[in-house]
Design a protein around this ligand. Structure first.
Ligand SMILES: *Cc1c(COP(=O)(O)O)cnc(C)c1O
Length: 388
């Protein structure tokens, strides 16, 4: 080679190496599709399936490994895999653990798109999918068949707020050798210890509290068992679920103050929910810390907090047109899905069309309490109640 590189080569190959020894508090953001190997032998021996080496951007960089390790620490798990959304994490668990002919049990109050995925698996993938009453407890034992390969749970259901008895469901599943996958998004892994209560697979929609900014879509699956992890990791690699390092950085940044935010949402939501409970327009406050809420005793036994998300049932005398007008009249509360950011949100749900089992009367409206002053939020709700 010539001593002097031509400019086109120089623009792509520099001899400069940054000084060693740089340390700072924020983790580095590594952008990479291609990962470089020192030689062919190193390339040939690196396996993407285990995380002992870097092989390709899809399978991990120092940035993604750092977030995975932190999330595993928070949940007291061993392994973690990131996905491009919470829903992708649900898909990754289903595709990692189920095949045609298998049976899966999903709670009737599950996150809506997860229910639709269940219907798709049943229709097009030859999987038997059954929806169970989330308050079934140990009676789930009667539903577990010889081909049941996975039980899903969500605590609490993120719309109906019913709190399932996870230890009882887990015991029944484990007696038949079936793993329990738990969507633990509502408590962010801060207020409910999923593994201690019997989960084998823990799912987080990092889109919510972990990011905290309403600006990132990401999910994570956390496990302890090596063989379950490897099956889910295979699904991850083959489905090609990569995440961008800038988004990973935003989540790492969000983690630093997540507990402070969660506690602030929790305290403010308690205030607003307690006030709503005194209002004649509201029939029930579906907040797990309040005794109106199905599964409240289980929440008291198993949880250490609640965060900002809860629902209410309006008095059945109000028609949908009226409760929709209530939601439309809110000023500080914006209408929109998701939660976990600093802005308060509100969504009306049509429960009877979302559930096989739903007996409650009255229209359900879900609130997410952000970081605004709860007095202002209550004043906003009060003026909107007048429009009913
Ligand atoms: C939001 C949410 C998800 C899905 O997360 P996305 O990142 O929006 O796909 C899954 N489960 C629960 C309980 C959620 O609230």
């Amino acid at each position: 080679m010539k001593d002097k590189k031509s400019i086109a080569t120089l623009l792509n190959h520099s001899d400069y190496r940054p000084l060693e020894g740089f340390e700072a508090l924020p983790p580095a953001i590594h952008h990479a599709s291609t990962v470089l190997f020192n030689n062919v032998a190193a390339m040939r021996s690196a396996r993407w399936q285990d995380k002992s080496a870097y092989t390709y951007g899809l399978h991990g960089t120092p940035t993604t490994f750092t977030l995975e390790a932190r999330l595993a620490e928070i949940e007291e798990g061993k392994h973690c895999i990131l996905t491009p959304s919470g829903l992708a994490a649900i898909a990754m668990v289903n595709f990692g653990l189920l095949k045609s002919g298998d049976d899966v049990l999903i709670p009737d109050n599950v996150y809506g798109p997860s229910r639709e995925m269940g219907n798709w698996l049943a229709q097009d993938w030859g999987i038997s999918v059954r929806f169970y009453d989330p308050l079934i407890g140990s009676n789930i034992a009667g539903l577990i068949q010889s081909n049941t390969k996975l039980v899903w749970a969500e605590t609490p259901g993120s719309v109906s707020m019913e709190v399932p008895d996870i230890p009882a469901i887990s015991r029944a599943a484990h007696e038949k050798g079936v793993p329990l996958a738990l969507d633990n998004t509502w408590s962010a892994g801060l207020a409910f210890n999923a593994f201690e209560h019997g989960a084998d697979i823990v799912l987080q929609a990092l889109t919510k509290y972990q990011s905290g900014g309403s600006d990132v879509l990401m999910g994570a699956v956390i496990t302890r068992d090596d063989s379950i992890h490897h099956r889910i990791a295979t699904a991850h690699g083959l489905l090609g679920f990569g995440v961008g390092p800038d988004d990973v950085y935003l989540v790492l940044r969000g983690l630093q103050n997540m507990k402070v935010r969660f506690d602030a949402h929790d305290a403010a939501a308690h205030k607003v929910a307690a006030w709503l409970k005194t209002r004649p327009e509201i029939a029930k406050v579906l907040h797990p810390a309040f005794d109106d809420c199905p599964g409240h005793d289980i929440w008291k036994r198993d949880f250490t907090g609640a965060g900002g998300l809860f629902s209410v049932l309006f008095d059945p005398r109000y028609a949908e047109e009226q409760t929709d007008r209530f939601v439309d009249s809110l000023q500080l509360f914006k209408i929109g899905y998701s939660w976990g950011g600093s802005h308060s949100l509100c969504v009306p749900y049509r429960m009877s069309s979302m559930r096989n089992y739903w007996l409650s009367e009255g229209n359900l409206v879900r609130f997410y309490i952000g970081l605004e002053d709860p007095q202002d939020l209550m004043a906003d709700i009060e003026q909107a109640l007048k429009k009913l």
